[in-house]
Design a protein around this ligand. Structure first.
Ligand SMILES: Cc1cc2nc3c(=O)[nH]c(=O)nc-3n(C[C@H](O)[C@H](O)[C@H](O)COP(=O)(O)O)c2cc1C
Length: 412
């Protein structure tokens, strides 16, 4: 008996050692490649190399023909920057104040689901990098690290992203939990009243837990390092939801989560009730029409995000940047208008801020670096973004974000 125990113990030691060595090896290789990443496309390529394709497709994919997804970035090309020169730009201040939070950078990490599937550090990496660059980050209802743990780890402003479930008790409980954790901003996503048609996920069988098609499974076989990392770290969980949703009971596809658990009857009365319960900074994510922006201000929201969910919900919806000006004109003097969608460059950020956004959210921009190299990847992407914005501000002749205005822009 003692011999069997000793043998099992040695096996465990050897497997830990092997996992440790694998981790180190992956880390060193990722660091080497990371150093040569200069932009969004480099990170994307590195992430594609590392991830099994069903996971990569989940990140990159969007709804239907993915027209809105691509249009989000293209929209920035319809507008040109007009610089001023000879203005003494030795010191540039990139800080902004958004919904009462002072940020060192006008860019924040928008909430995204399932981050520990992309890299085992998941939300811990994103929160750590956001804190290092003095900006805020969002934790999704479908986050894989608890809101409390992240709050304890960092002081940087935190957003809690809420999906509105049919179970009203669950919604109230989630709000209270975020309040108890001292989260600064509640962000209710309102563009996901039903699941977007993400055909890439349907093809691969992407779901939680995995219910892959044969072709999808093969992709995991040819990317074994991802699997080794996945099984040698803590088990996958959805800590914001796991007291209420049993993900082990059967495959819960993202589409089914939206369609079966979220409440399509959500309306403005529900928002008004939540604003009252939260009694703090409350933001709606996914506002695209002027009418809705005005209504958000009327029910007491302090912010809105002009967003089409990175093109993942209603394909054919207008690009966020195209829609920004009319929303800023309608409510910009009453509430903070933020935007996200398609942002890949410092100049994209400058254009959105010039139109009147108070800050700009990024999704895939930090998710590919996360997948490529964990926290080091997200830090490098934020570093590059900070450097680009600072350089571009100097080239524009501006020393503070408040100096950017529509005078700097011409639309084609
Ligand atoms: C993989 C992935 C998961 C996402 N998960 C969420 C989510 O859980 N909640 C949410 O409100 N938005 C979610 N989003 C949307 C982002 O918050 C953001 O609106 C979008 O990514 C911005 O577009 P971009 O990726 O082009 O920057 C997700 C986006 C991606 C790419």
């Amino acid at each position: 008996m003692a011999g069997v125990k000793a043998f099992a113990y040695s096996c465990r030691r050897v497997s830990w050692l092997l996992c440790g060595l694998c981790d180190t090896w992956i880390g060193v290789r990722a660091q080497m490649r990371l150093g040569s990443c200069q932009n969004f496309h480099d990170f994307r390529r590195l992430a594609k190399r590392r991830l099994p394709s069903p996971i990569f497709d989940y990140i990159e994919g969007a709804a239907d023909d993915e027209v809105t997804h691509h249009r989000n970035t293209k929209a920035f090309e319809t507008c040109d920057l007009v610089p001023n020169v000879l203005r003494g730009v030795a010191n540039v201040d990139l800080s902004v104040t958004v919904m009462g939070q002072k940020l060192a950078l006008p860019v924040y990490c928008s909430p995204t689901a399932l981050q520990r599937l992309f890299h085992h550090q998941g939300e811990r990496a994103v929160a750590g990098a956001a804190a290092k660059y003095g900006t805020m980050f969002g934790v999704s209802s479908l986050g894989t690290v608890s809101v409390e743990e992240l709050r304890k780890a960092h002081d940087t402003p935190q957003i809690y992203q809420l999906y509105f479930h049919k179970d009203r008790g669950l919604n109230r409980g989630m709000l209270q939990r975020a309040k108890d954790a001292r989260v600064e901003i509640m962000m209710l996503t309102v563009d996901s009243i039903t699941g977007g048609n993400r055909e890439r996920d349907l093809r691969t069988g992407f779901s939680i837990p995995f219910r892959l098609t044969l072709a999808g499974m093969l992709q995991f076989v040819i990317k074994p390092m991802w699997g080794i990392n996945y099984v040698t770290h803590e088990p996958f969980r959805l800590p914001q939801l796991d007291e209420h949703v049993d993900i082990s009971a059967g495959a819960l596809s993202i589409g089914r989560y939206f369609t079966e658990l979220l409440d399509p009857s959500m309306n403005w009365d529900d928002v008004a009730e939540m604003v009252l319960q939260w009694n703090g900074q409350f933001c709606l994510k996914g506002i695209m029409s002027v009418a809705d922006a005005k209504r958000a201000a009327e029910v007491g929201c302090t912010g809105i995000v002009v967003s089409n969910h990175g093109g993942r919900q209603l394909d054919g919806s207008r690009a966020s940047f195209d829609q920004l000006a009319e929303i800023v004109d309608a409510v910009g003097d009453r509430i903070d208008v933020l935007m996200d969608g398609g942002v890949q460059r410092g100049t994209h950020v400058l254009k959105a801020l010039s139109v009147g956004a108070k800050a700009v959210g990024v999704g895939r921009y930090y998710l590919y670096p996360l997948a490529a190299a964990g926290q080091a990847g997200v830090e490098r992407s934020l570093h590059l973004m900070q450097t680009e914005i600072e350089r571009d501000m100097k080239l524009m002749g501006c020393t503070a974000i408040s100096q950017l205005s529509r005078d700097n822009l011409r639309f084609r």
